[in-house]
Design a protein around this ligand. Sequence first.
Ligand code: SAH
Length: 287
Amino acid sequence: MTTEESTTSRNRKRKRQRNPKPSKEEPIDTTPKNQNNKKSQRDTKVQQHGGSSASSKRPKPSNFLDALRERLSGGQFRMLNEKLYTCSGKEALDYFKEDPEMFDMYHTGYQQQMSNWPELPVNSIINWLLSKSSSLVVADFGCGDARIAKSVKNKVFSFDLVSKNPSIIACDMSNTSLESSSVDVAVFCLSLMGTNYSSYIKEAHRVLRPSGMLLIAEVKSRFDPNNRGADPKDFVKAVCDLGFTSVLKDFSNKMFILFHFKKKEQVNSNQKIIKWPELKACLYKRR
Ligand code: SAH
């Protein structure tokens, strides 16, 4: 390399360092095409009930170090996110037990991702609950920051891999401490992450009372059969074979899909072999 070449490349490098691109990730396949179409969560009922400002934009990094930190944590978030989608719930639990700080890292990245979504699925679920009796007992599987428990008057059991506040029960949600037939509503909001996701739904079936409701919100791209995603029909069939009736399938949102199921009164006597479709991991790419 000549001196001139190396000086030019050094200058280029310096320039890059002065103007580092802030890290931004987006879910592969799920970016909304028209950002102007943002319908802010701010005008939903949820905000009146104390929903935090997940739709607010994160601040721009003020200097190079902030930008670098943001870039590194973005990389760690993507790594953790991929891990959660490609291991079992038990492995994820063991991982975070060993390194609980990683859980904070994951959730910082998760909140950043969510700040790019025009509408949050957890708010749809909260609004659904607010429209029903507050006497319904709820189990929130994979609760994150327990926004549901904070936003409704109902008794809510919140489960996640790590407990960030005393109201959250730390466990692998395929094996909760709830009594059988003890809750009215079971919620999975973007939390069917493990490779053994069917065992989470089986656990929800166990703890739900007959006629109890199962609400599932998932990233839309995971259910896009044209893009290696699962066929929603296969998913609905598997859940119904377990002992539910399908009540609602809502594909209207760009980013997420909503399913409502009702637990059957009668337990299936003939134990069918259930074919659970594989749910594609929701990976995020750097922008
Ligand atoms: N439901 C929340 C958080 C979604 S992020 C919301 O909508 O904002 C998905 C959450 O599921 C993460 O907090 C993750 O730790 C949790 N999770 C994934 N697998 C789990 C498991 N096996 N047991 C308990 N929680 C799990």
